[in-house]
Ligand binder design. Structure first.
Ligand code: NIG
Ligand code: FE
Length: 420
């Protein structure tokens, strides 16, 4: 058995005997241990404790010794919502937007999601894989150890499957833990512009059976939004996915409140993502369902998407204060969040959404893990979990992390027991 002993950890963060979804006030509790050691066995967390309790015998008998003097050690970020398989970039639209065009107007011009769709359709599986691989490498250096990746830039049977095969290959080659989500219902492809029912039928009758047969997706997603998929279409697609065992993680209430929250709660979504635009009624529904434990799902907030699109930020404070479980994710995609930097997501959630540093760290680790079904594997310092760890530069306190936004405080990252 390979063992690694990490000693002299300044502060070991998010130490938990058992790990579960954190909601409401629980999010502000971040258990940690000063001057600690952490023992890994076969790349998994075996034990931790105070340096004062570490015997000389254990120190001698351990294979690999890592000195973390001055460093904080935290679980890696669990980024539960990304679209990081794509080709091309959309900085041209970015400049259009600077000159006054809205997200809606850009979509109407044939830009937006559909311009990435065109590039993805033209790209080979190998090219898409190589591009996504570079993005994975780059986010892992930024501390991400688990990531959910969606399809949704293919929008034909063939190219949705191509994207999902790319994700499958990333899963098998990468040390990061990866979950894949089928997002055939991202937007209507040009061919079905005036035949929405036809495209919904294609998703249900042609895409889903193949995807399920090949085991290409863990979850199903729909962009439930005005001008995209309405609640009825969303429900039909999700119910079809559920028949194949695919639980929903849904894009709702990004731009409008059209019943996405209600639909997502009724369908018992694992996560409801975005939530920039919540009415009082939506907030009450999320709060009631969470408090009464009728819903054990997560509100996944994507502050960098709101930031990049200059939209009002998600009401994190209200959601947490009213008992909801909140996760943070990057939404990494070429249109609304061309960055997968979870450090910035964490900082922004504090700066703009008034989340407390401890709440932000929990939301980006343990709750993010839960939002992709990886809570038994990742997201906290818990016995048996994978050793995906962030080693920080010296910091005077936890609050220093979001406070010094834009400063790289990550000294090194361990994925699956090895430094990247
Ligand atoms: O989550 N809103 C829908 N999908 C993405 C944007 C995708 C794109 O613009 O390419 C999002 O923000
Ligand atoms: Fe998204």
């Amino acid at each position: 058995m390979a063992t690694t002993l990490i000693i002299n950890i300044e502060n070991l963060v998010n130490t938990r005997d058992e790990s579960r979804l954190l909601s409401g006030q629980e999010l502000a509790e971040l258990p940690s241990l000063l001057n600690a050691y952490l023992l890994l066995e076969d790349n998994r967390i075996a034990e931790w404790g105070a340096m004062a309790d570490l015997s000389a015998k254990k120190m001698r008998s351990t294979g690999n010794l890592v000195d973390a003097t001055g460093q904080w050690v935290m679980p890696c970020w669990c980024d539960s919502h990304t679209h990081l398989v794509f080709a091309g970039s959309r900085e041209n639209e970015f400049v259009d937007k600077l000159q006054g065009l809205s997200y809606g107007e850009i979509n109407a011009k044939g830009g937006g999601i559909l311009s990435t769709v065109a590039q993805v359709r033209e790209s080979s599986e190998e090219k898409l894989f190589n591009l996504a691989w570079q993005r994975l490498e780059s986010i892992s250096r930024l501390g991400t150890g688990a990531v959910e990746i969606k399809s949704g830039y293919g929008l034909t049977v063939e190219s949705e499957i191509k994207m999902l095969r790319v994700i499958r290959k990333l899963k098998s080659r990468s040390k990061l833990s990866i979950r894949s989500t089928f997002l055939g219902a991202h937007t209507y492809p040009a061919l079905f512009k005036d035949d929405h029912a036809g495209y919904v039928r294609q998703i249900i009758e042609e895409m889903l059976p193949v995807i399920a047969k090949e085991g290409l997706a863990d979850y199903i997603d729909v962009f439930c939004e005005k001008g995209f998929f309405n609640p009825e279409e969303t429900e039909a697609i999700v119910r079809a996915g559920l028949r194949y065992g695919l639980k929903p993680k849904l894009h709702v209430n990004q731009l409008n409140s059209i019943g996405g929250v209600e639909t997502g709660l009724r369908l018992n979504a694992l996560s409801l993502d975005h939530l920039e635009t919540l009415t009082d009624v939506d907030l009450r529904k999320l709060s009631d369902a969470s408090i009464k434990k009728e819903w054990a799902g997560v509100c996944t907030l994507l502050p960098t998407a709101a930031f990049f699109l200059r939209m009002p930020f998600q009401p994190a404070r209200q959601l947490i204060d009213r008992g909801c479980a909140v996760a943070l994710a990057s939404d990494y995609n070429p249109g609304s969040s061309p960055s997968g930097n979870m450090n910035f997501v964490v900082a922004l959630s504090c700066i703009q959404m008034k989340m407390l540093p401890a709440e932000a760290i929990n939301a980006a680790t343990i709750n993010g893990a839960y939002a992709m079904g990886l809570e038994k594997e990742l997201g906290s310092i818990t016995k048996g979990k994978k050793a995906n760890l962030i080693f920080t530069n010296p910091m005077p306190s936890l609050a220093y992390f979001p406070y010094s936004f834009g400063t790289n405080l990550i000294a090194r990252v361990m994925i699956d027991g090895e430094f990247v």
